[in-house]
Design a protein around this ligand. Structure first.
Ligand code: NAD
Length: 261
């Protein structure tokens, strides 16, 4: 493992355009459950068709609203873990680090990452079924309706997160594909690689000839194309990678061919 970490740090040390692509796993050590892990995953206990689709919301808006209120209440209480902080710390050593995340928890920014592309929205924002966007809780704090109504048109409000079957925010996914195709290395952390189109981003980096480093306690759908698989929890593995990176002078590492892309 130590040798793999050194090779990974060597790739990072040479990177001029790094993309870090993250999923629910990076936030697990902060206490936010992942979606798909059989034992603990949210979907093992709840039906995504009822709770994370527009059809489910139309059938029972109160249930969906209350479920998100419960989840957001948990998110509100957590803080970034050593994995998020290590990703943010990469900016101290590398000229350009773009984080692309499937998470809605905002923990990368809280940890200090400065360029974060959110593919699935952000828990702090709400939109209405009438098409108005950009609301926060303060905008409906005085309402007793569940769900509350749009302050502008009276339509139902919903979380501004991407539900199953919905399009990803166009600007975010376009930029994510562009960054993934032009990065010179990609670090993939804590994603099962099952939710498309986000899951295909590592393929774009790989096809462009850029090394892909994966951190995950379990092999994922991305593992077969990873050049280096660092098996373990992000909060334990990533600080070691960054500590090793801190000891490397760019260009001196010989364990892996120069990053290109
Ligand atoms: P996923 O649940 O499908 O996969 C989670 C992955 O994380 C698994 O491969 C698992 O092995 C790995 N993992 C578990 N513990 C880890 C750790 N300590 N360190 C690193 N990896 C770990 O999640 P996904 O791939 O992100 O895709 C599913 C959807 O879940 C996404 O659409 C995302 O929007 C949503 N989601 C987001 C949050 C959040 O905002 N924090 C939480 C749950 C789900």
């Amino acid at each position: 493992m130590e040798q793999l970490i050194r090779r990974a740090a060597g790739i990072l040390a040479r990177s001029q355009r790094l993309v870090v692509f993250t999923g629910a796993g990076v936030s697990k050590e902060s206490g936010i459950p992942t979606f798909r892990e059989a034992q603990e995953g949210l979907w093992a206990r709840y039906d995504p068709g009822e709770l994370a689709t527009m059809e489910g919301f139309r059938r029972n808006p109160r249930r969906v609203w209350e479920w998100y209120a419960y989840r957001f209440g948990r998110i509100e209480q957590v803080t970034p873990n050593p994995g998020h902080r290590a990703i943010a710390a990469l900016e101290r050593y590398l000229p350009r680090v773009v984080v692309i995340t499937q998470n809605i928890d905002d923990l990368h920014r809280a940890a200090g990452s400065s360029d974060v592309i959110e593919l699935h929205g952000n828990w702090r924002y709400y939109k209405c079924l009438g098409g108005h966007t950009g609301f926060t809780r303060a905008d409906f704090a005085d309402q007793t309706d569940v769900p509350p109504r749009c302050p502008r048109c009276g339509a139902l409000l919903r979380p501004d997160v991407v539900w199953f079957g919905e399009m990803l925010p166009a600007e975010a996914i376009e930029r994510a594909f562009a960054e993934s195709s032009t990065c010179d290395a990609m670090l993939v952390v804590g994603t099962s690689g099952l939710v498309q189109p986000a899951a295909s981003l590592p393929l774009y980096a790989h096809r462009a000839g850029s090394p892909v480093i994966e951190v995950n306690p379990n092999p994922s759908d991305i593992t077969p194309l990873a050049d280096i698989f660092l098996q373990g929890p992000a909060g334990q593995v990533l600080p070691k990678v960054v500590d090793t990176l801190a000891t490397i002078t760019p260009g001196q590492e010989t364990g892996f061919p120069a990053a290109c892309g």
